[in-house]
Write a protein that binds this ligand. Structure first.
Ligand code: BGC
Length: 423
């Protein structure tokens, strides 16, 4: 229910949120364990926090301040002062530049609006991320922005968040199996996969730059396929997108898969780990016929391409007249931009994390001022429990030819960073 500015709380203003907090209170007290025990104390504290959070968010929901422009210092009868609002930001890992940039961009943007930010990285460890979220909820954070490690592992934390009236924004990766996900900000992940598959075909010469078929591309081309981590909802979207363009060429024999491994379960890379990808690539190279020369590798992310490229280099590709296979990627990580310029990686998919952060900040501002954020997709992202309203951004294929125009001219990297391969 929309609330008008200054509407009395008890009349029509966000009973939903207050009710949720109150219900959570009784719900948790009843399971809280005997009075005097540690569990009772923890749950009592949670219950108080839950009511406080529900009240604060309820008040802010009535404030009517513009999204992204909270009125600093306004407290009575309106929006909570931004300085009194903490937003929890849970990121998966710092092993890839993109997540570091995501975290920094979201934090800086929210702080610019006056909010406090609790930014946490979970080192790709699921229990660590779950406990970081519990702490954020217990601390009374008003909105959670979560890039999950395992999209199915957070249901109980999200139930606690919902009970406390905390809005949850699923960031880049869709959180699955829970009704308590309010919004999803990401890129068009299927299209990212299409771009990866298409750039592999272009690199091999099967397609021309304009997307038309190159009739003189002889083939067959030997290609191995990698997918991302199965606990990340994105991995399936990338795989489906890539296979939508590669499968016809596999079926007619233009592309051969020496290992025969095409099923996502065979080619997945647990937790997107570089060393896991490197080991699989080494195994593939040593177990295939020694006379086979590999022409391409579908790698769904730069973090995986790096492992693949190390294995290929160690096996002698790129020297002694043995051409480097066409290797794809995603994220435009600075190390990989260097690998592209050095001729070891053919392409990456640039997803502008500045824009994603901006979108997450806008949605956060909307929630904190009682507005419903604007979605541009309300049908494709079913998390198994509900279709989560989403805002999807566009991505760009980057090869050696457009590193400068896409990454440098837009200010994403400086030319010096690109040259060094380091930020
Ligand atoms: C993201 C990719 C990233 C991958 C590994 C995916 O969920 O969408 O951008 O490369 O995780 O970190």
């Amino acid at each position: 229910m929309r609330c008008s500015k200054g509407a009395p709380l008890e009349v029509n203003c966000d009973h939903r949120l207050l009710g949720a907090g109150a219900k959570a209170t009784s719900g948790r007290w009843s399971q809280g364990g005997p009075r005097g025990t540690e569990r009772y104390r923890v749950n009592k504290r949670f219950a108080l926090v839950a009511v406080g959070a529900a009240l604060a968010l309820g008040l802010s929901a009535c404030g009517g301040g513009g999204a992204g422009s909270p009125a600093a210092g306004e407290t009575s009868g309106g929006t909570a002062a931004p300085a009194d609002v903490t937003v929890g930001v849970a990121m998966p890992t710092q092993t890839s530049q993109r997540w570091i940039d995501d975290g920094n961009n979201v934090k800086a943007g929210l702080e610019k609006l006056g909010y406090k930010v609790d930014l946490q990285y979970a080192n790709d460890d699921i229990p660590t991320q779950a406990s970081q979220l519990t702490t954020m909820i217990n601390n009374g954070d008003k909105v959670l922005i979560i890039a999950s490690i395992d999209g199915t592992a957070l249901s109980s934390q999200l139930a606690d968040a919902a009970a406390a009236g905390i809005k949850v924004i699923s960031y880049d990766r869709l959180i699955r199996g829970s009704a308590n996900v309010d919004f999803y900000v990401s890129f068009d992940n299927f299209k990212v996969g299409v771009q990866q598959g298409t750039s592999l075909l272009t690199g091999l010469g099967v397609l021309n730059a304009d997307g038309s078929e190159n009739a003189s591309a002889a083939g067959p081309f030997n290609v191995e396929l990698f997918a991302g981590s199965l606990d990340d909802n994105n991995a399936k979207f990338f795989y489906d997108g890539a296979m939508s363009v590669l499968k016809p060429y596999i079926d007619k024999g233009t592309i051969k898969i020496p290992s025969g491994q095409t099923d996502i379960n065979q080619i997945a890379t647990q937790q997107w780990k570089t060393d896991v990808a490197q080991r699989r690539m080494e195994t593939l190279l040593t177990s295939s016929d020694a006379n086979i020369t590999l022409n391409g590798v579908l790698a769904p992310a730069d973090i995986i391409s790096r492992g693949v490229i190390t294995a290929l280099t160690n096996a002698g590709y790129g020297s002694g007249g043995k051409a480097f296979p066409i290797v794809t990627g995603q994220d435009a990580d600075i190390d990989n931009v260097k690998l592209i310029n050095d001729g070891k990686q053919y392409s990456t998919i640039f997803k502008d994390t500045r824009k994603l952060a901006d979108e997450a900040i806008k949605v956060t501002g909307d929630y904190l001022s009682g507005k419903e954020p604007e979605a541009n997709n309300t049908k494709d992202y079913d998390n198994g429990n509900k279709v989560v309203p989403s805002y999807l951004l566009e991505s760009t294929v980057v090869t050696k030819d457009n590193v400068k125009s896409v990454l440098v001219d837009s200010g994403y990297y400086t030319q010096a960073q690109v040259d060094k391969g380091q930020k």
